[in-house]
Design a protein around this ligand. Structure first.
Ligand SMILES: [Zn+2]
Ligand SMILES: [Zn+2]
Length: 152
């Protein structure tokens, strides 16, 4: 649901804001083709990528969290992993997805998966608190297209 052009604008703004002064070659942003993880921080090529496939499914708020997660990795350095230094930086720049991380592949997927009656998949990083309906099936809220959420 997030428009790739806007995702790119945010990503580049976040990189400028948080990594603009980083020593060495400038950090860049791109899309990748991953289906099982949302974002990646490539320290070798100094490149932050997000899945084009998943970013199309995530809403704006969620893709923003993915970007913050990866920018925090870039700021903290590869050795920090998901340790205290990364956590501190991530929280400082506004990442709120902070649950215990078990591995790059496992945790970078949104934990909440929803399905509308027609089978469209939706993803959330946080427990959905309100009823929501499928935006692919109906514009605006529609009780006939409620999303059923489950935690994976
Ligand atoms: Zn991570
Ligand atoms: Zn649907």
């Amino acid at each position: 649901m997030a428009d790739p052009a806007r995702v790119r604008v945010w990503a580049e703004a976040l990189i400028r804001m948080h990594l603009g002064d980083a020593p060495g070659a400038p950090w860049t942003f791109g899309f990748d083709h991953a289906k099982r993880r949302a974002g990646l921080c490539d320290y070798t090529n100094r490149r932050i990528t997000v899945s084009r496939y998943l970013s199309a499914k995530f809403d704006d708020d969620e893709i923003h969290q993915v970007l913050l997660h990866e920018v925090a990795h870039a700021m903290a350095g590869s050795r920090a992993g998901h340790g205290p230094r990364w956590k501190e930086i991530a929280a400082e720049i506004g990442y709120v997805g902070g649950r215990t991380h078990t591995g790059e592949i496992a945790h970078e997927r949104a934990p909440w998966v929803g399905r509308c009656p027609a089978g469209h998949e939706h993803f959330r990083f946080r427990r959905p608190t309100r009823e929501s309906s499928c935006a692919k099936c109906a514009r605006g809220f529609s009780r006939a297209h409620l999303i059923a959420w489950s935690r994976r």
